[in-house]
Design a protein around this ligand. Structure first.
Ligand SMILES: COCc1ccccc1-c1cc(O)c2[nH]cnc(=O)c2c1
Ligand SMILES: [Mg+2]
Length: 215
C-alpha cells in the first residue's frame, strides 16, 4: 500500500538530513513541506517564535501535546538545557512511530519521552508516572477541541503553577475559540497573540502565549 504522508516526510528526512544534526532535520522537513507536500508541522515561521520563547524561558520541564512527526519536538529539544525533562504526547500510533525515527535521526532521543495515548488519559498520571511536579512550558498543538479541557485538567492536577507558560498553535487556523476566550478572559492568565501564518502558507494563523499568574 502507498506510504502515508508522515512516512513520505520521514523518507525526505532520511534522504536529506545529517544523522545527529537537528537543524538539518528541521531544514529537510521544511523543504519537503514547502516544495513537495504540505504537512501540519508548526513550520519555520511559527517555529522561530517557538524557538525564541524556549531560549528566553530555558524551561526545565516541558510538555508537548501533539507530537505528529516530531518536528516541533526536535525544535524544542535541541534548545533545552542539560537535565531538562521533555514529555510529548501523541494519540496516533502511526504518527508516534514516525516521530520516534525523526527524533532519533536528530540524535535527541535521550532528551525526549514520547508517550502514546490520549492526553486526557495521561495528564492525570504524569505526576506519579514521571515524577514531574509542574511544567514550565506546555506547547499545545493537538486536536483544537482538546486545548481547553486539557488545560483545565492540567490546572486541576497542579501541573500548571504560577509562571507556567502555555503556548498554543493554530489559535486562528483551524482556530480554538473556546480556549482563546478562556485564557484571554481569565484573571489567572496574562495572554498575548503572536501573529504569523499557517505553516508554509500565506493564510493567517498565530500562537497564543499565556502565562499562569497563580490562583
Ligand atoms: C488535519 O488538518 C490540517 C489542517 C488543514 C487546514 C488548516 C490547518 C490544519 C492544521 C494545522 C496545524 O498546525 C495543526 N496542528 C495540530 N493539529 C492539527 O490538527 C492541525 C491542523
Ligand atoms: Mg499545529
Amino acid at each position: 500500500t502507498r506510504k502515508s504522508r508522515p512516512q513520505r516526510l520521514l523518507k525526505a528526512v532520511e534522504g536529506k538530513a545529517t544523522l545527529g544534526d537537528p537543524q538539518s532535520v528541521i531544514t529537510a522537513i521544511d523543504h519537503f513541506c514547502r516544495h513537495k507536500e504540505w504537512a501540519m508541522n508548526v513550520g519555520d515561521e511559527k517555529g522561530s517564535i517557538l524557538d525564541s520563547l524556549v531560549i528566553e524561558l530555558s524551561p526545565v520541564n516541558v510538555l508537548e501535546l501533539g507530537t505528529y512527526c516530531g518536528y516541533s519536538t526536535v525544535r524544542i529539544a535541541r534548545l533545552l538545557p542539560p537535565g531538562a525533562r521533555f514529555i510529548t504526547l501523541e494519540f496516533n500510533p502511526d504518527y508516534a512511530a514516525v516521530a520516534r525515527q525523526v527524533i532519533g535521526w536528530a540524535g535527541l532521543e535521550d532528551k525526549v519521552q514520547l508517550v502514546e495515548g490520549a492526553s486526557g488519559d495521561w495528564i492525570p498520571r504524569l505526576r506519579e508516572h514521571f515524577g514531574v511536579q509542574m511544567f514550565d512550558l506546555v506547547f499545545l498543538d493537538h486536536w483544537k477541541d482538546q486545548y481547553l479541557p486539557d488545560t483545565k485538567q492540567l490546572e486541576e492536577c497542579g501541573l500548571i503553577q504560577k509562571g507556567t507558560v502555555l503556548l498554543a498553535d493554530n489559535v486562528i487556523c483551524p482556530g480554538t475559540p473556546d480556549y482563546l476566550k478562556y485564557v484571554r478572559n481569565s484573571p489567572h492568565y496574562d495572554s498575548r497573540y503572536y501573529r504569523s501564518h499557517l505553516e508554509y502558507t500565506k493564510v493567517e494563523d498565530g500562537l497564543e502565549k499565556s502565562v499562569f499568574l497563580g490562583f
